[in-house]
Design a binder for this molecule. Sequence first.
Ligand SMILES: [Zn+2]
Length: 294
Amino acid sequence: MPDYVLKATAGNGQIRVFAATTQGLAETARKLHHTSPVVTQALGRLLTAGSLMGSMMKNADELITLKIASDGPLSGLLVTADASGNVKGYPYVSDLSDTMESPMPVSEAIGDGALNILKDIGLKEPYVGYSPLVSGELAEDLTYYYAQSEQIPTSVSLGVLLNDDGTVRQAGGFIIQLMPDTDDDVIDALEAALADTPSLTKQLDEGKTLEEIMEGLFKHLNLKISKTEITRFICDCSRQRITKALISIGKKDLIDMIADQEDIEINCDFCKEKYLFTPEDLQSILDRIIEKEG
Ligand SMILES: [Zn+2]
């Protein structure tokens, strides 16, 4: 069963619901980045947030970037998602030497810091949102971000459950938002339902589908599922993109690199793909810059 995002409304249209099951996504990231358990959890949670927030965007060409910068041993995480369920991300530090036997809490790995959100909606200047981390567990941090930065009452859940060998057993999450002027009785019913419901990953692990879990959560609130969409970890890097990045570092650095007469290996941060550039390759990039300048 591939990972997917479910979109729905509830409470007669007063509640917006986005839920995702992301085990494959989180496990792909673990394999690519060789993460230790706490990093697997932190990255899996933020990737899940990326899937959800990407699916909340209105236009196909929009991109969203979630960036955590913090003072804990993990230092930070970066995740980018588009509106079609394509998500990629990486941790600043992959291995914190933690083990399944002595687990480190995600909040301890992350520490204090901030969440930055960039939305590239095709305008010249991207939208930038910012909020300090309030717990370092990520779901609460996003809840706080929505309240503070976008003034939308939101409930966020993000979870990653690991097997004994550190591989990802279950992952998933939801973002539930109230429309302005939601009736008090709808709010009360939602709060009671949220307080009463076991975690999403626990229910997935019991073999329930995302649809069944959301129908259970909203059983008194008239859930209407409008769409489900595949989500996956995919990187769109290419030699052409890396070449563009090399062009942007400028003539002086390129000349220095060519003078060293050594091959340069550049790894994509998101997927670890290796790109090799010989001094001859670098020279032809430099020639192109000079040619352009005329
Ligand atoms: Zn890549």
